[in-house]
Design a protein around this ligand. Structure first.
Ligand SMILES: CC(=O)N[C@@H]([C@@H](O)[C@H](O)[C@H](O)CO)[C@@H](O)CC(=O)C(=O)O
Length: 306
């Protein structure tokens, strides 16, 4: 494994939505078009099949179809992290091996959900994925949905392995994020998860971010990241505030995924409705989402000149 992991992989990763046809089946052409849309936006890569990607709502075959389409379209142009987490260890290992076969760069996983598993079971679950390929592994910590909080002691244990290169911290505590960074050390990647706190996460030690709302405004997160790197905290804070006005509106719809997908459709990128039980947007939401799309595009122009 490359010793300078952080400089190799740090940056902005879009937690990419999945794309379906009108009947709700995975549509590989649409997946490819969406992946292509993100090339040239300045992001480091894509996080495929995560929360925003609804991997957990798809069967293994569908998850493979999504990844295969992404790899066919953008392999070598963007760094691809694949979420392979599944309830059964057997399925997660199958997806891990498939990711390696497709040429993905990194695998990542949430714990198994539903059963309130003890830490030893979660560790064993992750270890099977880690051992099943030669790919680097990023722990996905998202306690508000899984009910499992990664402890610093488990992180320290896992991070001793060369293959375990980082953590995606989607929990909201920037104190915990900082503790993960301190525990993992300088050569251990920490990605900020809550997009509303990107700047806070970076200040507390994150090396970049992985987020779902980046998908409708990647340029703004790339700019925000640059402002942080340039130590222009005042302007960064101002931009994060504007981003948060947008996120607050996105969160006010029955499903944020549906809202983001509708906004993408206004730009000619069709991804279908979110998968049930995620609620779709309704016709009555269309006008306000068109307005929000305009707000995003104006903000991008104002901040990047694009
Ligand atoms: C809890 C949750 O879903 N968090 C999202 C954020 O991108 C989130 O949608 C955003 O901050 C809006 O709240 C990401 O951390 C999840 C993510 O990256 C993913 O889709 O895998």
């Amino acid at each position: 494994m490359n010793s300078d992991i952080v400089s190799q992989y740090k940056g902005i990763y879009i937690a990419m939505y999945s794309a379906y046809d009108e009947a709700g089946n995975v549509d590989q052409d649409r997946v490819k078009k969406l992946a292509r849309y993100y090339v040239g936006k300045g992001v480091k890569g894509l996080y495929v099949g995560g929360s925003s990607g609804e991997g957990i709502l798809q069967n293994a075959e569908e998850r493979k179809q999504v990844l295969e389409a992404v790899m066919e379209e953008v392999k070598g142009e963007l760094t691809i992290i694949v979420h392979v987490g599944a309830n059964s260890t057997r399925e997660a290992v199958e997806l891990s091996k498939h990711a390696e076969k497709c040429g993905a760069d990194i695998i990542s996983a949430v714990p198994s959900i539903y059963y309130r598993l003890p830490e030893a079971a979660v560790e064993n679950h992750w270890q099977h994925m880690i051992d099943s390929t030669d790919l680097p592994f990023i722990i996905y910590n998202i306690p508000q949905t899984t009910g499992f909080t990664l402890s610093t002691s488990l992180l320290a244990k896992l991070a001793k392995q060369d293959k375990v290169i980082g953590v995606k911290m989607s929990g909201e505590s920037t104190f915990e994020l900082q503790q993960y960074k301190e525990t993992g050390g300088n050569e251990f990647l920490v990605f900020n998860g809550p997009d509303e706190q990107f700047l806070a996460g970076r200040i507390m030690g994150a090396d970049g971010g992985i987020g779902g709302t980046y998908g409708v405004m990647p340029e703004l997160f790339v700019k925000l990241n640059r402002l942080f790197i340039e130590n222009n905290i005042e302007e960064a804070q101002e931009l994060q505030t504007q981003i948060n006005r947008i996120i607050k509106k996105l969160l006010s719809y029955p499903s944020m995924y549906g809202a983001c997908k509708y906004i993408l459709s206004l730009r000619g990128i069709e991804t279908g409705a979110p998968r049930l039980p995620m609620l779709p947007v309704l016709p009555e939401h269309h006008a306000s989402l068109a307005e929000l799309n305009r707000e995003i595009e104006e903000t991008v122009t104002r901040h990047t000149g694009a």
